[in-house]
Design a protein around this ligand. Structure first.
Ligand code: GLC
Length: 762
């Protein structure tokens, strides 16, 4: 009799052979830390290579499993988890107190296609999109849904905060149709295959580190189970335990990395449009911010600043002196950010094309011809960002923009998008040690482009790179911020923005935003007002709109709208010291800036599905109006005292309240006991404007506990903080001295401190 279940155990790995279930691979279970277990196959083919685009530091398995074997069951335990591995390769995972956390429903099952070929053809004839791709897959893992489990994460997929009952596809997609609720829209620009499972007695995350097209089903096809399905490559997922959602995010970002501190001005307001089409127009935009007394830190140049959409060129007729323009803008405290797309115009004599062709930097067909498709510049070719050499070449090119004084690069169309049909799966991208087919790198193309751009800005500019991307993968947070792509000026997209931003944050991407006002179609004054209110704490704070739509700069609207716009942009600037503190916290812990209520109030069942409120850190609760015509809404306030930001009223939480919100009011509540660092009224984040700090203290009704807050300060520009050039202040209030702010320095490494720090008790 052939042995079908053999195991080779070392202190931190269990290796299992089951030739019946996995004829061509072995299953490995590695203890990465006490809380993180890696479960992966190693195919017996010679070309197996263990690598990750997301996890870039070596993972040392320092954790030791204690392994027991009892007949057909192997039990491997870390300090916090016990994994029971059955002969069927099904896994049950328990916490140290014996709670069953996660259990395979039916491992490695075979999927029955839901549609026959004839049925699929019939549906397609009537114009329905029939996606049968999930019926051919390589591995599918199905796990039990236990009790009241809710699912969060997966980046900025459409739909609601809690993904239970829905299914999604990881395949970076540029689909210009309005991004409506799932199930119609199952794939968007980003693939972040990480989700958090939360129920009343435990929480964990799963990161499926496989870049091929994959499918995630959270009780959609079977209410008793959830599954993830990969179409190629190795099965490779991490089970990530934590005692709270925060701990799970901390552990996930321990693996995939955290966003480094940004330049502080990048947290300011950005104005964009496709496209500002001359230097004169850009100057007028900048001057209007001054004229209308609306703070602004950046103006973005979309594709028309280039010569015929050729990347790393400028249009000599409309933008003949980019350097001069950035200098003039600098005087107004405004920086320029330019767009760069990956598609390189196929044109002899154009330096990017010629260099790329000569050095074999572009993707090829299987018969070794350079692959062409169509993007903005027309006939275009695609750099193999999979190769370190190509990334260095691209990084070097950013010098062209840096020399012109450009302070940030916006990476677009990097799914990669293409107008002449999708890139075939077998387009070949060269790598360092091997070539990759498009089907493997599609979902990381944007990630690798962002990585190249980050490297370029870092080496050429020396400052903390400011990169924005549309497409990304897990781990992109180390290199780039992200926006949610081409939304529309419609109310459902304003509503969608909140779960999108919150789920991005729970997926390790903290510095994110949506196009304020909506990109496509025409914003009404009411919609723009409610949008700037709803997103007033958005870390990436940019108004962007498409050609052919109504202009969306605030002054193109009526007086009331301008005044509301000004009020909320100013509110954003007021709280930038707090947002920057949250960036500091994030750089150490991975915790996002914008948080769903469930992250701070895990035991409160009222917030499991809270789609229309969010927290900024743990101190500010925002409950925006996202319904046309609404001037009142119900707001859920978690337990504790909350202070209405606009009226100062103290409200007891743990209940719903009805809140009046006329057009100029976005309901905002401060958690009692909060200390918040703020700036006075400023117009941009230039060094001179950030010299004064005002500490706002919001005591609870009964002020009988001391409160303190740690505030971070550095030069907000470069990497000097890495050498200890930063300050950490401790601000405290005590009931004994209720009106007095006590300031102490926990770390004193940055000499240029504030000129004044004052306190206000609210
Ligand atoms: C894409 C981007 C959009 C940009 C346009 C032109 O649609 O998502 O933001 O304005 O291309 O570059």
């Amino acid at each position: 009799m052939k042995k079908i279940f053999t195991k080779h155990n070392t202190s931190s790995t269990v290796t299992i052979n089951n030739r019946k279930i996995l004829p061509d691979a072995v299953l490995k279970i590695d203890a990465i830390t006490d809380d993180i277990i890696r479960i992966h196959t190693i195919s017996k083919k010679n070309d197996y290579e263990d690598y990750s685009f997301a996890i870039e530091q070596p993972l040392e398995n320092n954790t030791v499993f204690s392994i027991k074997e009892n007949g057909s069951i192997i039990t491997a335990s870390t300090g916090s988890l016990t994994i029971r591995i059955k002969q069927s390769l099904q896994l049950d995972i328990y916490s140290a107190d014996g709670t069953l956390i996660c259990s395979d429903y039916q491992a490695y099952d075979e999927d029955k296609p839901t549609l026959s070929k004839a049925e699929a053809d019939q549906l397609a004839k009537e114009g329905h999109t029939v996606d049968t791709s999930v019926s051919s897959f390589k591995y599918k893992i199905t796990k039990k849904i236990i009790d009241d489990e809710a699912f969060y994460g997966l980046g900025d997929k459409t739909g609601f905060l809690n993904k239970r009952g829905y299914d999604y596809i990881m395949w970076n997609s540029d689909n210009p149709e309005p991004h409506v609720e799932n199930p119609i829209f199952r794939a968007l620009y980003k693939s972040i295959p990480f989700f958090i499972v939360h129920r009343s007695d435990c929480v964990y995350g799963i990161f499926v580190d496989n870049t091929y097209k994959s499918f995630f089903d959270f009780g959609c096809s079977n209410p008793e189970s959830y599954s993830f399905t990969i179409t190629n490559g190795e099965l490779n997922y991490y089970f990530i335990y934590g005692r709270s959602i925060k701990e799970v995010i901390n552990n996930y970002t321990f693996l995939t990395g955290r966003s480094p501190l940004p330049q502080i001005w990048t947290l300011g307001y950005h104005q964009s449009r496709w496209s500002y089409s001359s230097e004169a127009e850009v100057m007028e935009i900048a001057q209007n911010f001054e004229k209308y007394n609306i703070p602004c830190d950046a103006i973005h140049l979309d594709i028309d600043y280039m010569d015929n959409f050729k990347v790393f060129t400028n249009n000599n007729n409309t933008f003949p002196d980019l350097k001069g323009l950035s200098k003039k803008l600098k005087k107004l405290g405004i920086k320029l950010v330019t767009i760069i797309d990956p598609g390189v115009k196929a044109e002899d004599g154009y330096h990017m094309y010629d260099e790329g062709i000569n050095n074999k930097y572009f993707a090829k067909t299987t018969d070794n011809m350079v692959y062409h498709n169509t993007v903005w510049p027309g006939d275009a070719v695609f750099p193999s960002f999979t190769s370190a050499k190509v990334r260095s070449w691209w990084a070097g090119k950013t010098d062209f923009l840096v020399k012109y004084g450009i302070r940030g690069i916006w990476n677009d169309m990097n799914e990669p998008a293409s107008f002449n049909g999708p890139l075939p799966d077998d387009v070949v991208f060269s790598g360092d040690n091997r070539n990759y087919f498009h089907e493997e790198v599609h979902n990381v193309y944007g990630h690798l482009m962002a990585k190249a751009t980050y490297k370029g800005l870092k080496q050429n500019d020396g400052k903390r790179p400011f990169v924005i991307t549309r497409a990304c993968y897990s781990g992109s947070q180390k290199y780039t911020t992200a926006w949610t792509g081409d939304n529309q000026s419609i109310w459902s997209h304003l509503k969608l923005a909140i779960p999108q931003l919150l789920n991005l944050g729970m997926s390790g991407m903290p510095f994110v935003g949506t196009d304020i006002g909506g990109f496509g179609s025409n914003a009404t004054p009411e919609l723009l007002s409610r949008w700037i209110e709803a997103c007033c704490f958005s870390p990436l704070f940019r108004n962007h709109s498409a050609k052919m739509t109504r202009r969306q700069e605030p002054w193109t609207f009526d007086r009331q709208t301008i005044s509301i716009y000004r009020k909320y942009v100013k509110l954003h600037y007021k709280f930038i010291p707090y947002i920057y503190d949250l960036c500091y916290e994030e750089s150490l812990t991975g915790l996002p800036i914008l948080r769903p209520l469930i992250m701070e109030y895990e035991d409160d069942i009222n917030v499991i599905n809270c789609n229309d409120e969010y927290l900024v850190g743990n101190s500010i609760l925002v409950a925006p109006i996202t319904e046309q015509g609404a001037v009142v809404r119900s707001v859920y306030l978690p337990v504790g005292t909350w202070i209405d930001y606009h009226t100062g009223h103290r409200i007891k939480g743990g209940r719903y309240i009805l809140c009046e919100a006329p057009i100029d009011i976005c309901p905002i509540f401060i958690r009692g006991g909060s200390i918040l660092p703020t700036y006075p009224d400023i117009n941009n984040l230039d060094k001179k404007s950030t010299k004064k700090l005002i500490i706002e203290f919001y005591p609870e009704e009964q002020f009988d506990n001391s409160c303190y807050y740690l505030h971070y300060q550095d030069n907000g520009i470069d990497f000097a903080y890495k050498n200890g050039e930063y300050n950490l202040y401790k601000f405290s209030f005590s009931p004994k001295r209720p009106n007095g702010l006590k300031i102490s320095m926990v770390k004193n490494g940055y000499p240029a401190t504030y000129n004044s720090i004052t306190a206000v008790i609210k």
